[in-house]
Design a protein around this ligand. Structure first.
Ligand SMILES: NC(=O)c1ccc[n+]([C@@H]2O[C@H](COP(=O)([O-])OP(=O)(O)OC[C@H]3O[C@@H](n4cnc5c(N)ncnc54)[C@H](OP(=O)(O)O)[C@@H]3O)[C@@H](O)[C@H]2O)c1
Length: 253
């Protein structure tokens, strides 16, 4: 019998890598994508599982095509994680047309193309588990990050629609919304606000922590463990949800 197979995009670092690492330890075979996968592939192979890396920007059609053709060659897929890096932290008036087009592709159309291309295989298997990483900003749009606020909201609602339409095929689709998780992304995120507000980064971190009831930033594996549960067949009845993993983060709206 085949080992379960997971395809994870944006999986060389941060939350995506933590998820891949937990899956490797559980014995999944993996296909991982990011722009540079070599180091991550080497680390994941140490768990004794089959790991293939596909280098490429998720926003490029040829990356999506390479991922789809690899899965089709295998002939089955158990779990799909849709992820990528965060978009630039920029106010509404500073985002250029080119940035809108670039991030619409990376954050919305390409993940949907990838998933759509794999649906017939999942339908044939009569099962599939899909998770997309979203953000707390979907529920509570945050100043200075319009690309995340808007494009993730579109992805979440597209996937919620798919969850309704494809539930009968045994395909369970969820979104996981991280709060403040200790990765390079959050260092960059708070550094940008420090620069914009002319404050030391320690002040921005302190302000953030005051709004997290658990009093600390999350760890990538705190999110990864939950994603792995949703992607496993242990998850039999959760679909169409955008679930926050955020230490109880208190947001303005
Ligand atoms: N960390 C948080 O607190 C937090 C909170 C809310 C939302 N999020 C969102 O959750 C997602 C993951 O966050 P993270 O903190 O794990 O980020 P991260 O540490 O920056 O990791 C991002 C991953 O995506 C890959 N990547 C970046 N651009 C890509 C592209 N165009 N195509 C394919 N892969 C790409 C990166 O690898 P390469 O450089 O090799 O491409 C890396 O493996 C991001 O969208 C982020 O905005 C994070």
């Amino acid at each position: 019998m085949n080992k379960p197979l997971a395809l994870l995009t944006g999986a060389s670092k941060g939350i995506g890598f933590a998820t891949a690492e937990i899956m490797a330890k559980k014995g999944y075979d993996l296909i991982i994508n990011s722009r540079h996968t070599e180091e991550a592939v080497e680390k994941l192979r140490k768990f004794g599982t089959t790991v293939e890396g596909v280098n490429g920007n998720l926003g490029d059609d040829k990356t999506v095509e390479a991922l789809v053709s690899l899965v089709q060659k295998k002939g089955y897929i158990d779990a799909l994680l849709l992820n990528h890096g965060g978009p630039p932290v920029k106010p509404f008036m500073e985002v250029t047309d080119l940035e809108w087009e670039t991030y619409i592709s990376i954050m919305l159309t390409s993940p949907l193309k990838l998933f759509r291309a794999l649906v017939p295989l999942m339908q044939k298997q009569k099962k599939g588990r899909v998770v997309a990483i979203s953000s707390f900003t979907v529920k509570s749009p945050y100043q200075g990050i319009v690309l995340s606020n808007s494009l993730r909201a579109a992805l979440v609602n597209a996937l919620k629609t798919a969850a309704i339409e494809l539930g009968g095929d045994g395909i369970l689709i969820n979104m996981v919304a991280p709060g403040y998780i200790a990765t390079q992304r959050i260092l960059d995120f708070n550094a940008k606000y420090a620069e914009q507000e002319g404050l030391p980064i320690e002040d921005i971190d302190k302000r953030t922590l005051e709004n997290i009831p658990l009093g600390k930033f999350g760890m990538p594996e705190d999110v990864g463990n939950f994603i792995v549960y949703l992607l496993s067949e242990e998850n039999k009845y959760i679909t169409g949800q955008n679930i926050h993993v955020d230490g109880g983060l208190i947001t303005a709206n």
